[in-house]
Design a binder for this molecule. Structure first.
Ligand SMILES: *Cc1c(COP(=O)(O)O)cnc(C)c1O
Length: 431
C-alpha cells in the first residue's frame, strides 16, 4: 500500500491556489493559513483526499473577516437587544461605509480649516426636533445620562422618584451609574407612588436638577402615581428626562411612549435618549434641549471620553434625513397584511406549517407590554436549532412546542431567504 501522506500538498502550494490567495487577501493570511493547516492535518489522517483539500479549505473559511453574522430576526421583537437592537436602513449602511475611509468629518472643504465635528448629523437632529435649542450626540444612552449628570450635578444632588430607579440590562443600573460620577441621588416617594409635594419637600440648596427616568422595560400597575414633566417643571429646577427609547415625536401606535418633542414642550430642560432603539439608528446617545445646558455638556472634559465616532455620525444623519428605517417599517406593519403573508408562505412550504396570530413587541427598552398584533408561521420546534445554525441563521421563538417565525420583523424582501432556510433545515432532518 502506498502511503497517502506522500501526496499531501504543501501549505505554500495550497496558499498559492488562486481562490485561496484571494481569500487570504480578503480575510488576512494568518487566518487562512490556520484553516489550511487544519485541513492538511485532516488529509494526513486520511479524512479527505489531497484532491479535495482546496475545496475543503474554501468551505471552512469564514465569509468575511468579522465573526459577527447577519441574522434574520423572526422573533417579532422589533428592537432585539441580543440581535444588536435596531437594524440600520440601507441608506445608513451606505453612509457609514462611505465614512469609513478618510472623510471630511472635521474639515471644512471650502476654507481648508478645521470644521465642527459631525455638523450635518447634528443639524439633522436639530431639524427633526425643532423644540430643541441645541443638541449633542455621544456614544450611547447611558453615556448621555452620565455626561449630563457629571456636567450639571457633580458634587451636588439630583432628585429621582424611587419607582424610577431603573436597571437597564446586563446588571447595569442608572442610579449606580449616576452615583459613580460623584452625584448624590436623592430618592423621593415610594416604589409605586410619588407626588409633586415629595419632590418639593426634597429640594435643597444642593439640588442641581430633577431626573425623570422612563421605566422603559417594566410596568408598575395598580395603586400607582407619578409626576409628569410638566408638573416637575413647576418646581423651578431644570428637569432632565431620560426617555430611553429615542422617539423624537409621538408615534400613533405607541401612545404611552414618551418622545423628545413632547417632553421638551412640556418643560423638560434636557432630554436624553438612545439612537438604536425606536429611533432605528446606530448606537449613540442623544442630548437635546436648552442651549446653555447643552453647551455645558458639550464643553465638559468628560465629553471627549464619550465622543461619538464618524461611522455613527454618518449613519445617524442617514437615519434622520434618509428613507424610513426598518424599525419604522416594522411598526407600520398591520396584522391583516401579516396574516396574508403568513398564509401565502405556509402554502408554499406545505406540510406541518401553520399560521398563528401573535403579539409582537417593541422590545429593547421601549413600550413595555404594548402588544403589536401580528402573524407567524408555526413550525415544529425541532427545527429551531437547525435554523439557528443555518446560513443565515433564522431566530424565532418557541411557544407551546412550536417554533414561531413572527413576520412583524421580517421584511417582504427577506421572504425568499426565510423559505430557503426552512427548506434546508427540513432537508437536514430537523423535523
Ligand atoms: C436603554 C436606556 C438607557 C441606556 O441607553 P443605552 O443606549 O443602552 O446606553 C438609559 N435609560 C433608559 C430609560 C433606557 O431605556
Amino acid at each position: 500500500m502506498e502511503d497517502p501522506r506522500r501526496h499531501v500538498p504543501r501549505t505554500d502550494a495550497v496558499l498559492a491556489e488562486p481562490a485561496v490567495a484571494d481569500a487570504a487577501a480578503r480575510l488576512g493570511r494568518p487566518r487562512v493559513k490556520g484553516v489550511v493547516a487544519e485541513v492538511l492535518q485532516a488529509c494526513r489522517e486520511g479524512a479527505l483526499t489531497p484532491a479535495a483539500v482546496v475545496a475543503e479549505v474554501l468551505q471552512r473559511l469564514p465569509r468575511s473577516s468579522t465573526s459577527l453574522r447577519p441574522v434574520l430576526n423572526a422573533t417579532g421583537v422589533v428592537v432585539h437587544t441580543n440581535l444588536g437592537r435596531a437594524p440600520l436602513s440601507a441608506a445608513a449602511v451606505e453612509a457609514l461605509t462611505l465614512a469609513a475611509g478618510t472623510t471630511d468629518v472635521e474639515l471644512d472643504l471650502e476654507t481648508g480649516r478645521r470644521g465642527p465635528r459631525g455638523a450635518a448629523a447634528l443639524e439633522a437632529l436639530r431639524c427633526a426636533v425643532p423644540d430643541a435649542e441645541d443638541v449633542h450626540v455621544v456614544n450611547n444612552g447611558a453615556a448621555a445620562v452620565a455626561l449630563v449628570a457629571r456636567a450639571l450635578a457633580a458634587d451636588r444632588e439630583v432628585l429621582v422618584a424611587r419607582g424610577e430607579l431603573v436597571e437597564i440590562g446586563d446588571g447595569f443600573r442608572i442610579p449606580e451609574l449616576v452615583e459613580s460620577l460623584g452625584v448624590r441621588l436623592r430618592e423621593v416617594g415610594t416604589t409605586n407612588r410619588v407626588r409633586l409635594e415629595d419632590y418639593a419637600a426634597a429640594v435643597g440648596e444642593r439640588t442641581a436638577f430633577v431626573l425623570k427616568v422612563h421605566p422603559s422595560n417594566f410596568r408598575v400597575e395598580g395603586f400607582t402615581s407619578s409626576v409628569g414633566v410638566d408638573r416637575l417643571a413647576s418646581l423651578g429646577l431644570p428637569v432632565v428626562a431620560d426617555l430611553g427609547s429615542g422617539l423624537l415625536a409621538p408615534h400613533p401606535r405607541l401612545p404611552e411612549e414618551p418622545d423628545a418633542a413632547s417632553a421638551l414642550r412640556a418643560g423638560a430642560s434636557l432630554v436624553t435618549a438612545s439612537g438604536d432603539k425606536l429611533l432605528g439608528g446606530p448606537q449613540c446617545g442623544l442630548v437635546l434641549g436648552r442651549g446653555d445646558l447643552v453647551h455645558a455638556v458639550r464643553r465638559h472634559p468628560m465629553a471627549r471620553a464619550v465622543r461619538v465616532d464618524k461611522l455613527t455620525l454618518a449613519a445617524l444623519e442617514a437615519t434622520l434625513a434618509g428613507p424610513p428605517v426598518p424599525v419604522a417599517e416594522a411598526l407600520a406593519r398591520r396584522q391583516p397584511q401579516l396574516q396574508e403573508r403568513a398564509r401565502r408562505l405556509a402554502a408554499e412550504l406545505g406540510g406541518d406549517v401553520r399560521v398563528e396570530t401573535t403579539d409582537g413587541r417593541v422590545g429593547g427598552g421601549g413600550a413595555p407590554g404594548v402588544p403589536l398584533p401580528s402573524a407567524a408561521l408555526s413550525l415544529p420546534a425541532a427545527l429551531a436549532l437547525p435554523l439557528r445554525r443555518g446560513d443565515p441563521p433564522v431566530v424565532g421563538r418557541v411557544r407551546d412546542g412550536r417554533l414561531l417565525f413572527d413576520l412583524l420583523t421580517v421584511p417582504e424582501a427577506a421572504e425568499p431567504t426565510l423559505l430557503e432556510a426552512v427548506r434546508r433545515a427540513r432537508a437536514g432532518g430537523g423535523g
